[in-house]
Design a protein around this ligand. Sequence first.
Ligand SMILES: [Zn+2]
Ligand SMILES: [Zn+2]
Length: 203
Amino acid sequence: ADIGVLKQLTEHTMILENTCDEDFRKFIAWITASVKSQSKSVSDVPTDNAYLAKIDETVLSLIKDVRDLRQADPDYVILTGRCQRTRLPYLMKYERNIQVVKLQDFAMDVTQYMLSGCYPVGDEYFEWSDSASTQLKVNTNELMGTPGCPNCGNISAFGMCQCGGIMCLNEPGKAVCPWCEKEVVFMAGKTGEEGFDVNRARG
Ligand SMILES: [Zn+2]
Ligand SMILES: [Zn+2]
């Protein structure tokens, strides 16, 4: 959700840290306590302010600064593309996978992201999403797997225009970017070549 918009509606914008049973139980108890205190106060003193019960900070945290939420989720990479033919958006989701690389003298952890799915979405995706998060980048060398386009069936959902927009494509050659409307010429990348940076979405 776009926390910036929620913050315009109320200063009481919160985030549930974990979603285990115990935390969820505490969360419900907290809502109940808040509703109770609100019911009492409305009859006593007419006011526009909501009275919230004291927050259990092990479960909930009050969002004080929207910028706190601008980091990427380290466990997932989510990329937003647009179909070249239908122009509809889609999301590509990659999940983190740590591989231990052992060389003769040392071992090190290498983070890679494995493709876990590619999903068609509607244009309302952009209304519900925080656009500021597109400052986040990931290098294609860290991503494993390329999905096909879930909207039109093109072989690759992973072509990138100079404007930074991701689009689907079937083969190298000319195409019109559904993001910037300019004509682009695609060439296949070579194996072993350096990757390029792509913009991450928050999903
Ligand atoms: Zn497509
Ligand atoms: Zn473009």
